[in-house]
Design a protein around this ligand. Structure first.
Ligand SMILES: [Zn+2]
Length: 80
């Protein structure tokens, strides 16, 4: 089962997250924010989600960069 996970998947407290950014235009001034998103879920760990008619962009990122998601991942790890 683990074989089907992306290389960059984050496994935390028996939950799986993938670094994903919202699709759509990305302003050049800042790098895209990668949220921790459970595969096939619409909402990220920080309760953010793509706008209506939009989705998470492929490919996934190497790391989660959203500060709110990182805080929650950290909290999940502490509970292990
Ligand atoms: Zn986030």
């Amino acid at each position: 089962m683990l074989d089907s996970l992306p290389r960059n998947a984050v496994i935390c407290a028996d939950r799986v997250f993938v670094p994903l950014r919202k699709s759509g235009h990305v302003s050049n001034s800042r790098s895209p924010v990668f949220h921790a998103v459970t595969p096939h879920c619409r909402m990220s760990l920080c309760a953010d989600e793509p706008g209506p008619g939009s989705g998470w962009a492929e490919p996934s990122g190497e790391y989660v960069t959203c500060a709110a998601c990182l805080r929650r991942l950290d909290r999940l790890r502490r509970q292990e």
